[in-house]
Design a protein around this ligand. Structure first.
Ligand SMILES: *Cc1c(COP(=O)(O)O)cnc(C)c1O
Length: 379
């Protein structure tokens, strides 16, 4: 559950402070009234420093972050954007909202984008690729960025589930042209609802900034009402309450990650002697955020059997079968006619997910809880 487990006095104080210092909740304008309180701007600055990019733009959600990043890249009707068949539905919705066509590729045993299927799905219409770092673990970014480079495609990383994770020493979200994060209530850190777009590219940053605020260029020499318009936009702004929470939660991120990694390792070590389970392939195990422990069983019957045992013991699992509806493209019949491939199942992705067990890892887990999970799996 991440940062939501830690919400406490500091978050309360940050919210109270905003009200006490004038209660300006909009991130822009009101310069004379706001007594130098710019929480969203401060959150952006600190986030960019933490993540290691030149620019960060806070937005209203992770879904908004992907939508805004696509707008920054100039993606629109007639374009195709490749992403993976195992992701939260929001990735694909954002592509649809941009007017482009989502093209869904298979995942491999990393449960993230299969580089070879990505390559196979590139057409003359492909304009971008969105690898998603699912459940805290980075995708095979070396292969993905290399294939994208060969084809001149920008990489938009959906790091909504992997805030603070890294790949070969760089944070996920900073390996492509532009990266996205979510701070919804169940993500690594939370602002209730919220998101972030990061990039090193000034043009992309400016376009994202215009697009997320009705096209505003945010000139400092004129009042907001007289601002010039950089493009047609929409409203995906973050507000000051979210910004204040974000600053506090960002300060908790390393703690969240270290706790999750520690708890995950203990459970993994506790079951690793079993020969009948195969752990999810991690392209960079050290960079994994520790959010979830995933392993494959021999077939879906065995996975369902184990899930039943775990559920009986009160241990929640994240994929089988309940969470798949919103995370596996093979179940999105409501998108029929809008995504490619249309109607054909994603065989490899479905096969892998159907025999995967995902154990959610928390920041706070007692030794007793950890042992209970190990024992239940052993049984
Ligand atoms: C949560 C999530 C999103 C959307 O984030 P929200 O803040 O909930 O809108 C996008 N992509 C992935 C992979 C996610 O897990």
């Amino acid at each position: 559950m991440g940062g939501s487990e830690l919400i406490g006095k500091e978050e309360e104080q940050a919210l109270v402070e905003i009200i006490e210092r004038g209660g300006i909740l909009l991130r822009y304008g009101f310069d004379e009234k706001r007594r130098n309180v710019f929480k969203v701007a401060e959150f952006e600055k600190k986030f960019a420093e933490y993540i290691g990019t030149k620019y960060a733009l806070a937005v209203s959600s992770g879904s908004a972050a992907v939508r805004v990043a696509l707008a920054a890249l100039g993606i629109g009707p007639g374009d195709e954007v490749i992403t993976q068949g195992f992701t939260f539905v929001a990735t694909v919705e954002a592509i649809l909202e941009s007017g482009a066509t989502p093209v869904i590729a298979e995942v491999d045993k990393s449960l993230n984008l299969d580089p070879e299927d990505f390559r196979a799905k590139i057409t003359s219409r492909t304009k971008a690729v969105i690898p998603v770092h699912m459940l805290g673990a980075p995708a095979r970014m070396d292969e993905i960025t290399e294939i994208a480079r060969e084809h001149g495609l920008p990489v938009l990383e959906d790091s909504c589930q992997a805030c603070g994770s890294s790949y070969k020493g760089k944070k996920t979200g900073t390996l492509g042209a532009i990266g996205c994060y979510s701070f919804d209530y169940v993500k690594t850190i939370t602002t209730g609802e919220g998101g972030m777009v990061v990039t090193d590219d000034e043009d992309l940053y400016l376009r994202a900034s215009y697009y997320h605020d009705h096209g505003h260029e945010h000139r400092t020499d004129v009042p907001r009402g007289k601002d010039s318009k950089g493009m047609i936009g929409f409203n995906y702004r973050m507000n000051e309450l979210q910004g204040a929470l974000g600053i506090v939660q960002l300060g908790r991120l390393d703690y969240v990650l270290s706790q999750q990694r520690k708890n995950k390792k203990q459970i993994k070590d506790g079951i690793s002697s079993r020969k009948d389970i195969e752990f999810r392939y991690l392209p960079d195990e050290e960079g994994d955020g520790g959010d979830t422990l995933i392993f494959f069983l021999e077939n879906s019957e065995k996975a369902q059997e184990l899930e039943k045992i775990l559920t009986e013991k009160g241990i929640g699992t994240k994929i089988l079968p309940s969470a798949m509806d919103w995370h596996y493209a093979g179940r999105w019949h409501h998108m029929k006619g809008k995504i490619k491939p249309d109607g054909e199942p994603l065989e490899k992705t479905g096969e892998l997910l159907n025999r995967a067990i995902a154990i959610p890892i928390s920041v706070y887990m007692t030794q007793k809880e950890i042992q209970k999970i190990i024992d239940a799996i052993a049984k």
